[in-house]
Write a protein that binds this ligand. Structure first.
Ligand code: KIV
Length: 286
């Protein structure tokens, strides 16, 4: 077990550390349907989680970490071990937001039973409150199996990156009437199966609006619509860490420039021996 716990001696209950306040719960997120938009961002590390936590309702440990952290060509090679390690770090770094962890490709598609084994491992090893999985009608029995066994599920429809090899790329989905209908049907199927939230990624806007109006789950848009019940972005994209980002990303920061400027100054100071100064060195006591 990688999450640490302290035992509350008054109640003899084990509470996750740090635990200064109660986390946002699944029912509380669900109750936001049609209300104040839900704020979700991805987090993969403890320090990022600490910084994002007070401002977010949900922290998503997305399998996009495969590309963002590990430089993999897609999310397909991401493993359950990776998701558990990063999920536990994000839970350790947060105390307010609900933490959800992505189920990686290959860990849930074979059967509802396989999905239960993977999802229960994620919950046990990370301390997160929910899992997210990609897919529509085909995944509905799995969503139902998990939901009925106490595992809250976030669905993910539209552009589903784990299916990049079948989709042929990361372009927006739903440009034809047939595909539009399929995506709406997918969302309705996982809603009926018990998903409490559905990420709608990279679709033409009317699809996101229609889904948001017709499902009881909250919808979280990414490249979807401002009318969704909430929004999510990959944190490193919105912070401006990369030169190229998808069209739907708004850059709220420019951290790659800040990092580069700091590193350039550091390199110059090292080369000129301007660093370290006496402030950063230890003097003998006598
Ligand atoms: O993996 C991820 O980061 C995601 C979000 C983009 C929704 O699934």
């Amino acid at each position: 077990m990688s999450t640490t716990y302290t035992v509350d001696s008054a109640t003899s209950r084990a509470t996750p550390t740090p635990a200064p306040m109660k986390r946002v719960t699944v029912p509380a997120v669900r109750a936001r349907k049609g209300g104040e938009p839900v704020v979700m961002l991805t987090a993969y590390t403890v320090r990022t989680a600490q910084i994002l936590d007070p401002h977010c309702d949900v922290l998503l440990v997305g399998d996009s970490l495969g590309q963002v952290v590990y430089g993999l060509p897609s999310t397909v090679p991401v493993s359950l071990d990776m998701m558990c390690a990063h999920g536990a770090a994000v839970v350790r770094g947060s105390y307010h937001a609900l933490v959800a962890v992505d189920m990686p490709f290959g860990s849930y598609e074979a059967s509802p039973e396989q999905a239960f084994l993977s999802a229960s491992r994620i919950l046990k090893e990370t301390g997160c409150a929910a899992v997210k999985l990609e897919g529509g009608e085909a995944m509905a029995p799995t969503v139902e199996f998990l939901s009925r066994r106490g595992i809250p599920v976030i669905g993910h429809v539209g552009l589903t990156p784990q299916a990049v090899n079948a989709l042929g790329g990361y372009g927006a989905r739903g440009r034809s009437a047939a595909e539009r209908q399929r995506i709406v049907d997918d969302a309705k199927a996982i809603d009926a199966a018990g998903a409490f939230a559905i990420v709608i990624e990279g679709v033409v806007e009317p699809i996101a609006i229609e889904i948001t109006k017709s499902v009881s789950a909250i919808t979280i848009g990414i490249g979807a619509s401002a009318e969704c019940d909430g929004q999510v972005l990959v944190t490193e994209d919105m912070l401006g860490l990369f030169d190229r980002v998808p069209r739907f990303v708004k850059r709220f920061g420019a951290i790659s420039g800040e990092i580069e400027a700091a590193v350039k100054t550091y390199a110059a100071d090292v080369r000129s021996r301007a660093f370290p100064t006496p402030d950063q060195t230890y003097a003998p006591k006598d």
